[in-house]
Design a protein around this ligand. Structure first.
Ligand code: GLN
Length: 446
């Protein structure tokens, strides 16, 4: 199976280009599992999986799709990698992303452009575009991505797969190259809802290496997955079917709401009035955190170092000027500005307040609803190379996913139809640590 998977990836590589590197020890690992005997009770035994290349691995490079880390190999494995390998999974390779996970199309990778298997002229979304595209293309059954503002759910939506961003703290971030530490979560991309629940079972749980990982008990997410939605109270925020959302996507979501009603759930219109400020708050907060997190790439400690420097300051300046791409530099500048003494009160503090207000909106809805539904993205996959000269236009892609990260909630995208041959994604948002209800409703719909 591992060999077949790798052959398939190599043969299709020209079209999709989902991988930045392959694991040259994968076959050996698979052989060892064969020799020991596949465990029939363990679905991960011998399962080929792909890992986003901002999650560190000992025996493969981890580049975060940046020139800065072009030749970087970690001395340790991320906790999620350790857990999956222990469960018997075989990592076949590391997938492409927007540099340091900053972007929505995977075009910001310093190394290659990944294509959407549904239409090679379109992007697979981002930043976990490689992880989404490889599952969508049927190369691997499951993969891992990371989601700071939508980077699992938006590519899942664009490529017609299932992608879950767990509750903040559900999965250890140890070994995930930090972007916005108070937002980042690792999560699974899969072909169907049940596989996704199995993956979360494998990666969730407290980790002493990540102080923000929760000690909350981890249920078996597959246990009640087939319980149906009878009696479930679902909220449909009117803002999620508002201006800027493609009419065909609105229709698909309204049809999904009818399906849920037929299955015995109630669906009420609600309001999340402050979600519209989410994108603004996110770009201040996430960029501020990024500017601090990315300080470590200084030409001394990790990876790339510029040549021909005169002194230490020159080393920093030349390394960072030539090692980072434009989008990353833009975020570092924006973040440094927001955190500077003269701007902190006006930008960072205001954005932090908006974050709380958005959380309050969600909490109000969850007082008498079990789940929120809506589209994942305002549009389906867009064409490769269509980015406008205004970088903030790309940011509006995440208007429907970002509020979920600001509030730390779990959210999942799953396929809900097609528009002009491209998949439409539906988003299900749950209460904190209630991924089970999301899976239950997703499973009933699919
Ligand atoms: N597209 C968003 C950004 O560029 C989200 C990225 C992410 O979730 N990693 O920041």
């Amino acid at each position: 199976l591992t060999k077949q998977t790798i052959d398939k990836i190599n043969s299709e590589a020209d079209d999709i280009q989902a991988y930045l590197s392959m694991n040259d020890q994968a076959i050996e690992k698979a052989k060892a599992i064969d020799a020991a005997g596949i465990d029939p009770d363990n679905i991960f035994s011998g399962m080929p999986i792909a890992i986003k290349d901002n999650i560190v691995t000992k025996n493969m490079k981890t580049t975060a799709a940046s020139k800065m880390l072009e030749n970087f190999t970690s001395v340790y494995d991320a906790t999620v990698v350790e857990k999956l390998e222990k469960a018997g999974a075989v990592i076949v390779g590391k997938t492409n992303l927007d540099e340091f996970a900053m972007g929505s199309s995977t075009e910001k990778s310093a190394f290659k452009t990944t294509r959407n298997p549904w239409n090679l002229d379109t992007v697979p979304g981002g930043s976990s575009g490689g992880s989404a595209a490889t599952v969508s293309a049927g190369e691997v059954p499951v993969s891992l991505g990371s989601d700071t503002g939508g980077s699992i759910r938006q590519p899942a939506s664009f490529t017609g797969v299932v992608g879950l961003k767990p509750t903040y703290g559900r999965v250890s971030r140890w070994g995930l190259i930090a972007f916005g530490s108070s937002f980042d979560q690792i999560g699974p991309l899969t072909n169907n809802v049940k596989d996704n629940a199995h993956m979360l079972n494998a990666i969730a749980g407290h980790d002493e290496h990540d102080a923000t990982s929760s000690k909350k008990e981890v249920p078996d997410f597959t246990e009640h997955i087939d319980a149906g939605v009878k009696g479930l109270r679902i909220a449909l925020p009117k803002e999620y079917l508002g201006e800027g959302v493609d009419p065909e996507i609105k229709t698909a979501i309204k049809q999904a709401a009818e399906t849920y009603q037929k299955l015995g759930a109630t669906v009420d219109e609600v309001s999340l009035p402050n979600s519209k400020y989410g994108v603004m708050a996110y770009y201040v907060l996430a960029s501020s955190e990024a500017s601090s997190n990315l300080e470590r790439f200084d030409g001394v400690r990790y990876g790339y170092r510029a040549d021909g420097v005169k002194n230490l300051e020159d080393l920093y300046v030349k390394t960072r000027s030539t090692g980072f791409g434009n989008e990353v530099k833009r975020r570092i500048m924006l973040g440094t500005f927001s955190l500077s003494a003269g701007s902190f009160d006006r930008y960072f503090k205001q954005a932090a307040k908006i974050r709380t207000i958005i959380l309050n909106d969600f909490q109000k809805v969850f007082k008498d609803h079990d789940l929120i539904m809506g589209p994942t993205t305002p549009t389906t996959a867009f064409k490769v190379g269509t980015e406008s000269t205004d970088p903030t236009e790309m940011y509006t892609n995440d208007t429907l996913t970002i509020p979920v990260n600001l509030a730390g909630l779990p959210g999942m995208s799953l396929p809900a139809g097609f528009s002009k041959g491209l998949p439409i994604g539906m988003q299900l948002i749950g209460r904190p640590f209630d991924e089970s209800t999301i899976y239950q409703a997703g499973y009933a719909f699919e």
